[in-house]
Write a protein that binds this ligand. Structure first.
Ligand code: BEZ
Length: 213
């Protein structure tokens, strides 16, 4: 069993998918990645989630994110289910779904939690940076569909904090003030953040989001 932690290198794999055989790293290229698992095909919550992910195509493209889904059902099942998703969710699934019948990828990414279900994958999400490091892991129960706005919000935060010495506060959204990393002195902060900053406490300094005009 795998024990993936934040900062680890995302394991690479070859897998059968609804779009043919894919090597994960080749698929990702230099993009960011989201790998997310589903309990099973032809289930209601999963149907809405895959439809929702498909509708965020432009938002993922803007952020240079490639998406890949997974369930332990087979390729033919995925292909037939995709038709249902397209029909019922009024979209077109535009990313591959791994057919992980032998649970190779599920085990590699620790997506089966035996005390929840021996056989089905839970709703795991991994966000992977272009250097293939794992930046986010979230696990939801089968009964709760994911919030894709939250995934976009975290990716915005990750992409911002990869380039600036800032972090994003509670409930932050793109465009709002960010906090300056405590390791930066006020003198350096003045140079790094020309829009200025507010010092609420010595350890809590707010500045406008630095990558916006
Ligand atoms: C669903 O996707 O609706 C679902 C899957 C497994 C268990 C419960 C719900």
């Amino acid at each position: 069993m795998s024990t993936i932690k934040l900062g680890d290198k995302a394991p690479n794999f070859d897998a059968e998918t609804s779009e043919g055989k894919i090597n994960f790293y080749e698929y990702l290229g230099d993009s960011w990645g989201i790998l997310f698992s589903h309990p099973a095909d032809y289930t209601p919550v999963c149907t809405t989630e895959l439809g929702a992910a498909a509708k965020y195509k432009d938002e993922f493209a803007k952020r240079n994110v490639k998406v890949m889904a997974l369930s332990v059902d087979g390729v033919e099942s995925h292909k037939a289910w995709i038709k249902d998703i397209n029909e019922t969710q009024h979209t077109e699934v535009n990313f591959p779904i791994i057919a992980d019948e032998d649970k190779k990828v599920s085990n590699l990414y620790d997506m089966i939690h035996p005390n929840a279900s021996d056989t089905l994958t839970v709703r795991s999400v991994y966000v992977i940076a272009p250097d293939k490091s794992i930046k986010l892991m979230i696990t939801y129960p089968a009964s709760t569909g994911r919030n894709f706005e939250e995934l976009l919000r975290v990716i915005d935060s990750l992409q911002l904090t990869a380039n600036y010495k800032v972090a994003t506060p509670a409930n932050w959204k793109h465009g709002e003030e960010v906090v300056i990393s405590p390791s930066i002195s006020n003198e350096d902060a003045t140079k790094m953040f020309p829009k200025g900053f507010k010092e609420v406490k010595s350890y809590l300094r707010l500045t406008p989001q630095p990558n916006l005009d």
